[in-house]
Structure formats: C-alpha cells, structure tokens
Design a protein around this ligand. Structure first.
Ligand code: ARG
Length: 590
C-alpha cells in the first residue's frame, strides 16, 4: 500500500483563512463549498457559518443564518441530495435546522499530523498581527509595599498575553511599570533615616523596605508631623534634588534586581523596567496645561480636577494642592510618552478590576485631549484572589508564594519514595510543578471571576490542576524513552497512518490537535487564558483515554507502533506548545 499522501482536490482561497497553518481551514472550506453550491451562495458567505459541532460531530452548519427564502427542511434536502463524499468530507446528516458534517478520518489524520510535524514549534502560531506593534504593561508592583496576589495575577495573565501576541505575529514590548514614586516614598525616606539598615537593605531589599514602611506608617498615625516631613521630602524628590534621591535610587535598583530574579523563576521577563518615577515632570505639566486650555480643568481648594461626571466617571483630581503629581497624572503623562517613544498600534494594561475607574478615567481624559490613538488603549482586568496565606501567616512577598508552592509540592512528592528517588533535581521539579499549580489555578476560569487561593486543590494531582498537566506531559515524554527502537521516526511520508482510524480515541486526539490554531486565535480575541487551559485539559483527557487502547509498548507490528508513536509525539508537541503559551515550563520527568 502506498503511504504517500494523495494530492487533495484543490479548494478555493477564502480571505481570513490560512490552511498552511490551520489544516482544518481546508476542511471548513470544503464544507462551505458544498453548502454554497447546493444553495446558490458564495463560499465566503457560508464559511463563517461552518462551526465546530457538538460531541460526535465534526462541524455543523445552521441553515437559518443564511436567511434564504423557503423552508429549512427544503434547504437541507438540497444540501443532502447534492452531497458527494470527497477528500475532505465523508458524510452529512440532517438534524432539524442543522446539517452535521463528518470529515474523512484517514485524510484528516494524515493532514493534521503532517502539518504539526512540518511546523513544529510554529504550530498554532499565525500572522494576524504581522507588522503591528503592541506595548503590554503588566505586573507593575509597588516598591516597598507588598507584592500582593493582585500583582501575581497581573504577572501571570500578562506573561500569557505577551506570548499570545507574539504567537500571533505582533511585535511586543513588555513593560513593568513600577510603583516607585509618590508621597509614600517621602514617608519611606523619613522612615529610613530612623529605621533603615544598609546591610539588611542589601540582603533582603524588598522585605526591609516593607518593614521600614510599616514602622513609619505606625509612627505617622501617632504623630502628624511625620506626614508633614514626608510630604516635604517628596516635594524635594519631585524637584529632583540629588540628596533627596540618592537613597531612593538605591532602593529602586536593588528592588528591580530582586524582582527580576523572582520573575525569572516564574518564567517571566520584561523588555523594559520603567516606573512612575520616569514620567517626566515636563510632560505632565504640558498635559495639564493642555487640559486647562481645553477648559476641562476646575479648581477646588487649590487642587485641580477634571469633571468627568457626564461620562459617568466622577471627578478626577490631577494636581494636589501642594502642586505635587499623583498616580492619575503620571498615567496621563506616561501614556503620551509611551506612545511617542514606541509608536505602537495598541497599548495594553493588565491591571485589577479594582482600578477599572482609574483606567477608564485616564483613557477618557486622553480621548478628550483629542489623541486619535485613545481608542487603541485596552484595559485587561481581572477579579480578586481571596484567602492567600501560608502556614506561617499572611503572604506579602512574591518570594514567599514561590517558596510555599515549592515546599508544599516537595512534601507531596516525598510521599512516593520510589518516584521521588528517580527524580534528578527534586527542588527544581517541585518548584516548577508548584508554580504550574499556581498558574493553572489562576488561569482556569474567566479573568473577571474572583477565586479563592487553595494550596491543596491547586497542588493536587487529581482533577484539572497544574500538576496533572505536567504529569500528562511527562507521560508523553516518557514514551520515547521507553520505546527507543522506534526513534528517530522515519520520514513522515513513510509512516502508514490509515489504520489509526479504527480508534475513536485517536480520532478525538487528532481533531483536538487540529483545533489548536483556532484556540490561539480565539484567545487573542477574548484575551482569556481560560480557553487555552480548557483545551489543554481536554487534550490531556483524550490522551489519557487513548493510553490503554492505542498501545505503543507491546505493539508487535513495527509499522503500527511507529504510527502510534507519531500520534503521541504530535500530541506532546501541541500539549507543550499550549503550556509554553501559558508561560509554563513543561517537565520531561517528575
Ligand atoms: N502599581 C500599581 C498598583 O500596584 C499598578 C499599576 C498599574 N498600571 C498603571 N499604569 N497604572 O496598584
């Protein structure tokens, strides 16, 4: 029997599709062509109506969407009567207002596995963002305050969006906009004079600054003079007095170093570290002047504010009475500067929904200022995380979160002594699994949902958890190790795949693999990681169901063993791609 894939019947090109990256596009076009021919429509008209079917059905077309005259049943009859199986579609079925289509299993299996092999790491990527640029701000913690779970969520979702935009061909600049400016730094400066310790600062920067901040805050409650001194100090900082900035500069540098190494553990890397301190005074003054010129500014008790009531956004203060800048003004000036510097097509902020009003205000103010790009600013928000603490108490630092995940995972692993001893680097492994647990818990549901941080649930190997996903990958990675005689796989056109069609489990895997490029495109539209997470679990479950049926080890027929191996290898590639898209580092062993 020939193993060369036959040339498939050529299909018309449909704008917005790309069969060279998404094999199922071809199959959808073939379906659209059948329906179009039967109903006198164009392929372009029908194509968007070709949707994934319910369980047991590959694709479905809902006839009413075409708004054609006549009864739905008659339309359906036309399609069914004209139907001829071809290279792509094997059968049709009429079901009320719907027509269901089943693809040719042999061909779709062969085509999808071949495409995954040919594209490798590129499988799932597309060029929809080619030539476009995005500036993506995420994480953005405040120096000397706690790195709370809100920042962790921004970090996790942002790291996903960074990879997602890149996978879709965008030029991405990722940015961490540190909270490194504002009256509280005057307060810390005053506190540092009293409680600061340079050695502790070097050793444990983030914690020490936080301790100083907590102490001086307490003092300020008892003694109003502390706040007066702090405000005076911050004014000197805003005047760029070198002595007033010297310590602050050191705190900032040390904090960034510390954060960078923790981000590294999370597999997160920023192109740019900037911060509120880097927004120029001049830029902000110009912005305020422009707003005044436009007649948008009101004075109130010496402060300046913008009335956004008629936009349902309240009143926004842009200058304090003492003339110092505030968070909002820095975002206005900062965005203008970002736009001038990077000239992106789009700017994204990944910030908690608690700041919905703040972002809506500065987006609106920029729009009122007449910037045409104000429409290209996007706020990606997310809900709250409740109840995160370690056994030792409340968590305030990123480092504690990572440590706790590692420690808990390490304990779980130690329970299985035999396996534990087989793992090369248990510390690294438990950290990666722990971090995967945190990330998956965070991205499993829609962004806007609140969730409760639950160490036990997220670190369990049962259910749809991060550890389970890592386990699924490790298991796939192990097939190669356990069947070395099958590797490397022969040239793909020599592998006979048709016999895989007898396994429903293989077909399910293939169809899921084929849908991955669509999963990526949908994620880009919705900015939701949850669709990718759901896909990965569906894939992991399908693989697990195939495990005892589509057996590699023990398959006597080498041809067949090879084809099965290819199937699992393709599944591994896609599972891996999806995990990487979520910023997870897939493990080879655990
Ligand atoms: N540092 C801020 C906070 O922790 C978040 C910054 C969000 N980004 C922005 N451009 N405002 O609340």
């Amino acid at each position: 029997m020939s193993t060369e894939p036959k040339e498939r019947t050529p299909l018309p090109a449909v704008p917005g599709t790309d069969p060279s990256r998404c094999m199922l596009d071809s199959y959808r076009i073939a379906i659209a062509q059948m329906v179009a021919d039967a109903l006198g429509l164009t392929v372009e008209q029908v194509y968007p109506g070709v949707q994934y079917g319910k369980k047991g059905v590959d694709f479905t077309v809902a006839l009413p969407r075409f708004r054609l005259p006549g009864k739905v049943d008659d339309l359906a009859k036309k399609v069914i009567e004209k139907f001829q199986p071809n290279d792509y579609v094997a059968s049709v079925q009429h079901d009320k207002a719907f027509i269901h289509f089943m693809l040719d299993t042999n061909n779709v299996t062969r085509d999808i596995l071949t495409q995954i092999h040919d594209l490798g790491d590129k499988y799932g990527t597309n060029e929809s963002g080619k030539g476009k640029k995005v500036v993506l701000e995420y994480s953005s913690p405040n120096i000397a305050k706690s790195f709370h779970v809100g920042h962790l969520r921004s970090t996790i979702i942002g790291a996903f969006l960074e990879r997602l935009y890149k996978a879709c061909g965008w030029d991405v600049t990722s940015m961490n906009y540190l909270g490194d400016w504002g009256t509280q730094f005057g307060l810390i400066a005053v506190g540092f004079e009293k409680y600061g310790d340079r050695e502790l600062l070097e050793k444990d920067t983030i914690k020490h600054l936080f301790d100083v901040y907590v102490k001086i805050n307490k003092d300020a409650e008892a003694d109003p003079q502390v706040k007066v001194d702090a405000a005076a100090w911050f004014r000197r900082m805003e005047n760029y007095e070198p002595e007033a900035l010297e310590d602050w500069r050191l705190w900032r540098r040390l904090s960034i170093e510390k954060y960078a190494s923790e981000y590294d553990r999370l597999n997160v890397h920023f192109d740019v570290y900037t911060g509120e301190s880097e927004v120029s005074q001049e830029g902000m003054q110009k912005a305020v002047a422009k707003l005044e010129e436009l007649g948008l500014v009101e004075e109130s008790n010496g402060a300046k504010l913008i009335d956004l009531e008629k936009h349902g956004l309240g009143k926004a203060v842009i200058r304090k009475r003492d003339g110092t800048s505030i968070y909002l003004t820095r975002d206005i000036g900062g965005t203008i500067e970002r736009m001038e510097k990077y000239k992106p097509d789009k700017m994204i902020w990944v910030v908690s929904s608690q700041q919905d009003l703040h972002l809506a205000q500065f987006f609106k103010i920029l729009e009122l200022m007449g910037y045409p790009w104000a429409k290209d600013l996007v706020h990606i928000n997310y809900g709250l995380v409740q109840g995160m603490s370690t056994r030792k108490g409340t968590v305030v630092f990123l480092e504690q979160i990572i440590q706790e995940a590692t420690r808990s995972m390490h304990e779980v692993m130690q329970k299985n002594e035999e396996k534990y001893n087989a793992v090369e680097d248990p510390e690294m492994t438990s950290r990666e699994i722990g971090i995967t647990g945190i990330k998956i818990q965070d991205m499993a549901a829609k962004r806007i949902n609140n969730y409760t941080f639950n160490w036990d649930r997220m670190l369990s190997f049962e259910g749809d958890t991060g550890p389970y996903l890592q386990y699924a990958h490790v298991r796939l990675a192990s097939i190669g190790r356990k069947n070395p005689e099958l590797l490397p796989l022969p040239p793909r056109n020599e592998i006979q795949t048709d016999f895989l069609s007898q396994y429903g489990q293989a077909r399910e895997i293939v169809m899921l693999l084929g849908s991955y490029p669509d999963v990526v495109l949908t994620a880009l539209k919705t900015h939701e990681p949850s669709g990718v997470v759901t896909f990965l679990f569906r894939l992991a479950h399908a693989i697990s169901s195939a495990w005892d049926v589509v057996i590699v080890k023990g398959e006597q027929d080498k041809q067949k063993a090879t084809a099965k191996m290819w199937l699992f290898e393709s599944a591994r590639v896609v599972l891996r791609q999806g995990m990487v898209l979520l910023s997870i580092r897939p493990l080879e062993r655990m």
